[in-house]
Write a protein that binds this ligand. Sequence first.
Ligand code: NAD
Length: 365
Amino acid sequence: MAKTVLCLPGDGIGPEVTAEAIKLLECLGTDFGLSLRIEHGAVGGSAYDQYGVPLPETTLAAAHGADAVLLGAVGGPKWETLPYESRPERGLLALRSELGLFANLRPAVTYPQLADASSLKTELVSGLDILIVRELTGGIYFGQPRGVRTVENGEQEGFNTLVYRESEIERIARVAFDVARKRNRRLCSVDKANVLEATELWRKVATSIGNEYADVELSHMYVDNAAMQLVCRPKQFDVIVTTNMFGDILSDVAAMLTGSIGMLPSASLAADGKGMYEPIHGSAPDIAGKGIANPLATLLSVAMMLRYSLNETRLATLVESAVERVLDDGFRTADLVAGGTQPVSTSQMGTAVVAVLRDLSGDIL
Ligand code: NAD
């Protein structure tokens, strides 16, 4: 039976980069026999303009009915002065929480062809391939009580609560162990167990789930050390699993090791295997409408979708190989060019990936 993918282009460069993803999915249909139904919906600022809300009911219902959601990006200056509840980003957060997307997977891969774009020395990052698994719906970003209160002498005090239940730690740990099994079987759990009781429990639960995965080597690291190791010996890591806040910070550090934000995909997964896939970048209003955005993060998000929600591992690997091939062939969008190279447009880059895939289909069929 055909699986359903809901495409939500969103704002700014979102429609430009998702258009290339649709080209890719269509090619996988025609040339590789992938049976998919692609639906389209509105989210973010463009949804607000059309429907008065950043997440229309129709979009939410379609997301619930789909096997996977592909998102471009949301937001932009046009909507920044709207009341908090109407802002584009609220639509995205509501979608994540409505779909129960508790596991955020963010790979940081440095392509050898782009290693000199990293802020670290080439030899430290060339061949880097890390996957950070971040808990996305719990921890200090959601814990109660929270707020700002007035205490003695009229002084203000801000407070948040770091809270994790065993069941929340267990389910994210299982996701991380499962993905580590599909990679190099090394998992590093990052916490601050020496200071925070909630993460002492995190370490205990991760260790106990580790007993079920004897084939995966589990290690533990305090978050301050992990931050340091990421910038001095990043290649020691395979998969990292961590809390919502630590993951937020560490995944941005890891992203920057790779050079360009336009290359980095992400997946957010629910317990039932449903997922939302999106580039980690935003709507890039500064370049929107110019046709110069790098679509590769979105195409690599499609590869993650094929692997994690559509059970098409072989096609996922093919898409990743096609991206590598176009980089080998010298295709660069403006964010990747160095020296006197002539950049290609968003659509030329998408077309180049599709052309390589078509080539590969000849080898495979
Ligand atoms: P951004 O990621 O949109 O842009 C940061 C810089 O990276 C810009 O210079 C931009 O031109 C460049 N860039 C981003 N993606 C690129 C691509 N694919 N190709 C080439 N260059 C690219 O971050 P920002 O400027 O902080 O935010 C802009 C808007 O996006 C804001 O409204 C913000 O709230 C929103 N945002 C949305 C998401 C999301 O939808 N998931 C994530 C981050 C930011």
